[in-house]
Ligand binder design. Structure first.
Ligand SMILES: *[C@@H]1O[C@H](CO)[C@@H](O)[C@H](O)[C@H]1NC(C)=O
Ligand SMILES: *[C@@H]1O[C@H](CO)[C@@H](O)[C@H](O)[C@H]1NC(C)=O
Ligand SMILES: *[C@@H]1O[C@H](CO)[C@@H](O)[C@H](O)[C@H]1NC(C)=O
Length: 419
């Protein structure tokens, strides 16, 4: 099987929690209003692709002296963490040596950033100065246990400056996953969710950037990630209000109705989440079933035959000759539309390239998978495959999610940085 990661956060247990409110070092001032938008935006080149790598990641320099780490871009969870030699109980060999925490970098369990990663029913700090232990679990059955630390991040700002700032993240010393012991393509996860511990919320609270994050994944691989709104082409973006339901912790524009080639699929009111930590898109069983039967109905049996032997993803087809690119199969497949019930009935158009891959065997496979099978319940995830060649913006200040078609290979020019 191909790589199918889903880093959507399922739960967090903060093992120790605060009662008291000590003074914390994080500044909560917001002194930015006079900065230009580029003075207060950071931008990173993205590496990776949907297939065959199965993920998109950025390189960030962290620590003192700073060292590079590859982090999986995840809008489906809040906590950023690195594999950590604290010492490590269970880690997978990654692209770089594990991060080594220093004692004075520990975040105390009374820090609001620690209390914000707890769940309601978990324990409390026994001592205010206790370290902040946590454990998180992801939808793909992976988990990470660690301790919260604060260290220097080097952020390439769009005006050409490399800004150094202290941010909190997890030192993950015990990772469990289906592929434990096999090498990991990244050193950790970059948590970009709506919650307080997320890197984008921390940058917003420090007044360094607006609490806005966006990504642009190229269909040819690569792209860029940004914090702040300096690169957002506001007038051409399609915006939908973000659901403010506090129980919906993730980036959700509320329920959608599905259309295939403009025909309703008979599936209404699906709750969806934009989740860059998921390489593929997931529909709950009933929607998945309706979608595949609509896709199959239109396929010319002579030219496309099911190819279960491919095995890359659950549903694949082979042609009379090997396919080289999506262009070879485009004519057989139609466009899927997600119509959002909220606001102005915005629609997200998912062309065949947003739900198909061409495998190394030259077959075509469906990149929309059965979410019920991985325990997502009623949730539906819009994964990387369906966000390619779009700039997707998560604006936590205006509480809206937006997208606009973009050439993600062209990283916007910024000051004098060497991007
Ligand atoms: C950007 O920041 C620099 C240094 O703080 C400042 O001199 C400059 O005026 C700022 N530019 C704008 C357009 O605000
Ligand atoms: C760029 O912006 C940062 C953060 O606002 C500021 O500290 C820095 O001085 C600016 N640099 C330049 C070259 O304008
Ligand atoms: C999706 O997965 C669930 C749980 O494994 C299964 O019961 C259901 O039949 C699957 N749906 C389809 C259409 O394959």
């Amino acid at each position: 099987m191909g790589k199918e990661r889903s880093l959507l956060l399922l739960f967090v247990l903060a093992l120790s929690l605060g009662l008291f409110n000590l003074c914390v070092s994080a500044s909560n001032g917001r002194q930015v209003s006079s900065f230009s938008r580029l003075n207060s935006s950071a931008i990173f080149p993205i590496h990776g692709n949907v297939y065959p790598r199965g993920l998109f990641y950025v390189a960030i320099n962290i620590g003192n002296p700073p060292k590079p780490y590859y982090l999986d871009i995840d809008t489906g969870s809040d906590l950023t963490w690195l594999q950590c030699d604290a010492p490590c109980v269970s880690c997978s060999p990654g692209p770089h040596p594990f991060y080594r925490p220093k004692k004075n970098k520990l975040v105390q369990c009374v820090d609001p950033l620690c209390t914000s990663i707890r769940t309601l029913n978990s324990g409390q700090c026994e001592l205010p100065s206790e370290q902040c232990d946590y454990e998180i679990a992801y939808a793909d059955e992976g988990s990470s246990q660690g301790v919260l630390v604060k260290d220097v991040f080097i952020l390439p700002f769009a005006n050409g400056s490399l800004l150094k700032t202290h941010l909190a993240f997890g030192c993950g010393y015990n990772q469990q996953s289906s592929s434990v012991n096999s090498p990991s393509p990244t050193d950790g996860v970059l948590g970009l969710g709506r919650g307080k511990p997320s890197i984008v919320s921390q940058l917003g609270d420090l007044g360094l950037t607006r609490n806005v994050v966006g990504h642009c994944f190229s269909g040819q691989g690569g792209g860029y990630l940004f914090f702040g709104d300096g690169f957002v082409p506001f007038s051409s973006v399609t915006w939908t209000p973000m659901s403010r339901d506090p129980l919906l912790k993730h980036y959700s524009p509320g329920p959608v109705n599905l259309f295939f080639d403009k025909q309703p699929l008979g599936v209404r009111g699906l709750p969806v989440i934009f989740d860059s930590g998921s390489s593929y898109t997931y529909f709950a069983s009933q929607a998945y079933k309706a979608f595949i039967s609509a896709v199959k109905k239109d396929l010319p049996g002579k030219q496309l035959k099911e190819a279960p032997e491919d095995g890359t993803l659950p549903l694949c087809w082979k042609g009379t000759e090997k396919f080289k690119s999506i262009l070879d199969v485009k004519k057989f497949f139609k466009t899927l539309y997600l119509v959002f019930a909220n606001g102005k009935r915005a629609q997200l158009e998912i062309a065949p390239a947003g739900y198909l891959i061409i495998t190394q065997n030259g077959n075509v496979c469906l990149g929309i998978l059965n979410g019920t099978e991985i325990g997502l319940g009623n949730l539906n995830l819009i994964g990387d495959i369906s966000m390619q060649d779009l700039m997707v913006i998560y604006d936590n200040e205006q509480h809206q999610i937006g997208w606009v078609p973009a050439d993600c290979k062209r990283i916007p020019k910024s000051g004098t940085t060497r991007l």
